[in-house]
Design a protein around this ligand. Structure first.
Ligand code: HEM
Length: 517
């Protein structure tokens, strides 16, 4: 019997490399070509891709050409500098077209009407997230809420959303004031030493990292700082390199960085797992009011046992997700705000007056009054319009989607260009690139002529779950900073916003900071 099988088995092993080659040729060449033909038949145009890089060479070329907007030219007209390739392709292919990251087709969307029609066709739980990004960002988000799909997403969102209710968030205010006051002390010391130029982006991002480490997993002091630094190092390792997402063997271009990210990811998981496990052991005494505490309390069966909805791995992925989705987006919103207020002293004065009227003495900050900071909310909305810190929203079709006479085929990735829509004069009018917070005075959409044209927190059922937390942090940090300091743009500041997952200032954000008497 064995002898009879042997020639067959040998033939199989001899064929193995050929089978593998056929499989790879199909997935990386035949299948993308078929997809391309299908998309063309569906009526979508776009820049012609090459194999195996897709349109990446053109994207990289344009990236290197785009440079600083010039220190004297603090223009808010940033779309063509942060996404030069999209801005160019829009001119020749309109506001909806196909481009390719490696062998993965992406539908580019900067047309709110198209987006509206598509999103009325698809339930939140039926949207996918691009598989190439899920894979690429696995060390950061794992299967946390940002990436999870289908019924699993419903389950996660159902448990997580209540943790972000305004009532629960109030308990976190003291963690925010504590870290902000420590930052203020550092600034005072630096100014007293004769150096009033502060890189507010570096400072605020660091402080927000500590805040989220406290509010997410209840870490304190030095420990919060250490974990937050490790998590940030992981993000830098993943994003500060030339990346070939969607390209076959793309990770091989960066073996060292990929290994480094994996190593850091494991270290972080180890630290967070030990925190989660020790918190689980003391579950009966669990009174901590951070997000992990709230999830643990919601994760108990009626008999008090753990694991109703989340496994330890789920909890770990969610804690990391809160960190990565929450700290930089909020910190950068605060940093861009400080720049815009430094450029528009009138608004700095108006906000300071509002703080005086609504909050009174910031040393006794009563967070119940924060809702009264109306002008500050207009400023936040306007900053997130001009500088949306989450510069795009992504989806993947899990079924064919009909939009008028076009079909978006199952599996198509979508890249919704938030920066593009927020800077589109057809949606906002001639003053689109001006800082005018008052446009939000009587209109939550800031006068945009389409309600899906303003998407700083995404859209539909998957809209940002942490936005209430970010509103609170934004108001607390700004209240404390504006009560203590005035801000001017430093001559050393080079205005060059760029994308590194979030929309950030490439060379930091240097302001001249003066203590108020
Ligand atoms: C200014 C601050 C923030 C901005 C601009 C922002 C923006 C966004 C955007 C654009 C999305 C994608 C929505 C979509 O796909 O339609 C999102 C999702 C998400 N955000 Fe935020 N975010 C901010 C703060 C936060 C904070 C503070 C947290 C948590 C601590 C957080 C946690 C999340 C999570 C977990 C999701 C995934 C929601 C889901 O898919 O169900 N975000 N955010």
């Amino acid at each position: 019997m064995e002898f009879l099988l042997l020639p067959g088995a040998l033939a199989f092993f001899a064929m193995l490399p050929l089978l593998l080659l056929l499989k790879l040729t199909f997935s990386w060449w035949v299948s993308p070509v078929l997809k391309h033909l299908k998309l063309q038949r569906c009526g979508f145009g776009g820049p012609p891709p090459s194999f195996p890089l897709g349109n990446i060479p053109e994207m990289k070329k344009k990236n290197s050409v785009s440079s600083s907007l010039g220190s004297s030219k603090h223009t808010h007209d940033i779309h063509s500098s942060v996404f030069p390739y999209f801005s160019r392709w829009q001119n020749s292919h309109g506001k909806v077209f196909i481009y390719w990251l490696g062998t993965e087709p992406f539908l580019y969307i900067a047309d709110p009407e198209f987006l509206k029609k598509m999103s009325t066709e698809v339930l939140a739980k039926k949207w996918g997230k691009p598989r190439v990004f899920r894979h690429d960002r696995d060390p950061m988000f794992g299967n946390g809420l940002v990436m999870v799909e289908g019924n699993e997403w419903v389950r996660h969102r159902h448990v997580i959303a209540p943790a972000f209710s305004p009532l629960n968030l109030k308990a976190m205010a003291s963690m925010m004031t504590e870290s902000t006051n420590q930052m203020i002390d550092r600034w005072i010391a630096q100014i007293n030493s004769g150096n009033p130029e502060i890189d507010v982006e570096k400072e605020v991002v660091e402080t927000a990292g500590e805040i989220i480490a406290k509010t997410s997993f209840g870490m304190k002091g030095k420990y919060a700082k250490e974990v937050s630094e490790k998590l940030r190092a992981l993000q830098m390792t993943l994003f500060k390199t030339t990346r070939y997402v969607g390209v076959p063997f793309g990770k091989c271009f960066n073996v060292k960085k990929t290994q480094e990210a994996r190593k850091l990811g494991k270290q972080i998981d180890k630290i967070l797992l030990s925190v989660i496990e020790s918190r689980m052991k003391s579950i009966k005494r669990e009174t901590q009011e951070d997000l992990l505490g709230l999830l643990l309390q919601g994760n108990r069966h009626a008999d008090g046992k753990l694991g109703k909805t989340f496994t330890t791995r789920d909890l770990l992925d969610e804690c990391k997700t809160f960190f990565f989705a929450g700290h930089e987006t909020t910190a950068l919103a605060i940093s861009w705000t400080l720049l815009l207020l430094a450029m528009h002293e009138d608004w700095q004065i108006q906000l300071r007056e509002e703080i005086r009227e609504v909050v009174g003495d910031p040393k006794e900050l009563d967070i119940n009054v924060l809702a009264g900071l109306r002008k500050m909310k207009w400023v936040m909305n306007e900053v997130l319009r001009l500088y949306p810190t989450a510069p795009n929203v992504q989806r993947q079709a899990r079924e064919d989607i009909k939009v008028d006479n076009l079909t978006v085929p199952n599996g198509t990735n979508m890249w919704i260009d938030v920066v593009g829509m927020h800077h589109d004069p057809a949606l906002w009018g001639k003053d689109v690139n001006e800082f005018r917070p008052e446009r939000f005075m009587n209109d939550v959409n800031g006068g945009c002529n389409h309600k899906m044209g303003y998407l700083p927190f995404g859209f539909g059922g998957r809209m940002c779950v942490g936005r209430n937390l970010s509103f609170m942090e934004y108001k607390i940090v700004l209240t404390l900073l504006l009560s203590r300091f005035s801000f001017r743009v430093s001559p050393g500041y080079d205005h060059s916003p760029s994308i590194m997952l979030s929309l950030r200032p490439t060379h930091g954000l240097q302001l001249i900071v003066h203590p108020l008497s």
